[in-house]
Write a protein that binds this ligand. Structure first.
Ligand code: SF4
Length: 328
């Protein structure tokens, strides 16, 4: 079964390499392949969850898609147009359509600005509306995210973490974007307010027909909000599928290990946790072949030599990069 929703964002062989420290003789700068030949599609109106351990490249991927940091090579298409080739002026116009919600509401809001100024700032930057119209737009979006107009003249430090993230969401959505990268958007929040903010994000998606790339290390949260989920390991996507395919029948040994670590909210049930052997490889010198082979219990000779490509398994949307997916 194929999904009929049109593709909004697509990456083709997208890479981002960071130049780091030099080698022992100080001759050649070494590279970290933070994002390595990633091919992804994100459909209009869906939430694509992006999971993986910290440092796997998921936040970098989100920022490269938005062109907040330059790519090393590859392409990013938005509605079929290669925005990687856009100049500054063209990209400026795209900013209205593509926004980001950051993880940390404490540091992403200027402490010296009032809520009104913070949320109005994007409208000022793009010269949208008159002063009065901007005020109405700010009040309207704050109302949508559950903040009353009485808070307009308050400063970020006067709010709780959950309220600050609501301000961050209002600021990201005031321009009426189509595509939003949510980068660990609820990770810094207390468990008690996390569900409220997640529900708010889902409501806003429905109301404004938003498309989300939802980046998180928390697989329970991703399951709650996503339509499809992609798993990253050391800069590469190793598995992608619908939420039901990925959580119901994970194929990649790394995905299985991640899923086995999700706590079950039932004291009488136990999950067989898969403990990965070995350390996370040095990002400057990732293993040859399958990058997971140094930690994979199913690794063979072939795994240490041949890079597994992302390939379709079954007749759904499930894709996996593992030589032995069918066997294990
Ligand atoms: Fe494990 Fe080999 Fe599959 Fe990599 S390709 S995940 S090493 S079985």
């Amino acid at each position: 079964m194929t999904n009929e929703k049109p593709i909004l964002v697509e990456t083709k062989e997208l890479t981002k390499y960071f130049t780091g420290k030099k080698d022992l003789l100080n001759l050649h700068p070494q590279e970290v392949k933070a994002v390595d030949h990633v091919n992804l599609t994100i459909r209009r109106g869906e939430t694509l969850g992006l999971v993986g351990e910290s440092g796997c490249g998921k936040s970098t991927l989100g920022r490269v898609i938005l062109r907040l940091i330059p790519m090393t090579s590859g392409q990013v298409f938005y509605e079929g147009v290669d925005i990687g080739a856009y100049d500054k002026k063209q990209m400026w116009q795209m900013r209205k359509k593509m926004q980001i919600i950051f993880q940390d509401p404490y540091s992403s809001l200027n402490p010296r600005m009032t809520v009104y100024d913070l949320v109005r700032a994007p409208l000022d930057v793009f010269g949208i509306g008159t002063t009065e119209e901007r005020r109405e737009m700010v009040i309207s979006i704050l109302n949508d995210v559950g903040l009353d107009r009485q808070y307009l003249n308050r400063f970020p430090h006067e709010f709780s973490g959950g309220q600050r993230q609501r301000i961050g969401i209002a600021r990201a959505l005031v321009l009426n974007p189509e595509f939003v990268v949510c980068d660990e958007a609820v990770s810094a929040l207390d468990v008690s307010v996390r569900a409220q903010v997640l529900n708010l994000m889902c409501r806003m998606q429905e109301k404004r027909r938003l498309t989300y790339l939802f980046i998180s290390h928390d697989l329970s949260v991703v399951r709650h909000v996503s339509d499809r989920v992609a798993v990253m390991y050391l800069g590469s996507v190793v598995e992608i599928g619908t939420k039901h395919e990925l959580y119901g029948s994970p194929l990649h040994p790394y995905t299985r290990a991640l899923l086995s670590a999700i706590p079950i909210p039932d004291a009488n049930r136990k999950r067989n946790r898969i403990i990965l052997e070995g350390d996370v490889p040095n990002a400057y010198h990732p293993p040859a072949g399958c990058r997971f082979h140094t930690r994979c219990p199913y690794a063979t000779e072939q795994c240490s030599q041949e890079v597994p490509v992302l390939r379709q398994v079954g007749d759904g949307e499930h894709m996996v990069a593992c030589h032995r997916a069918e066997e294990v």
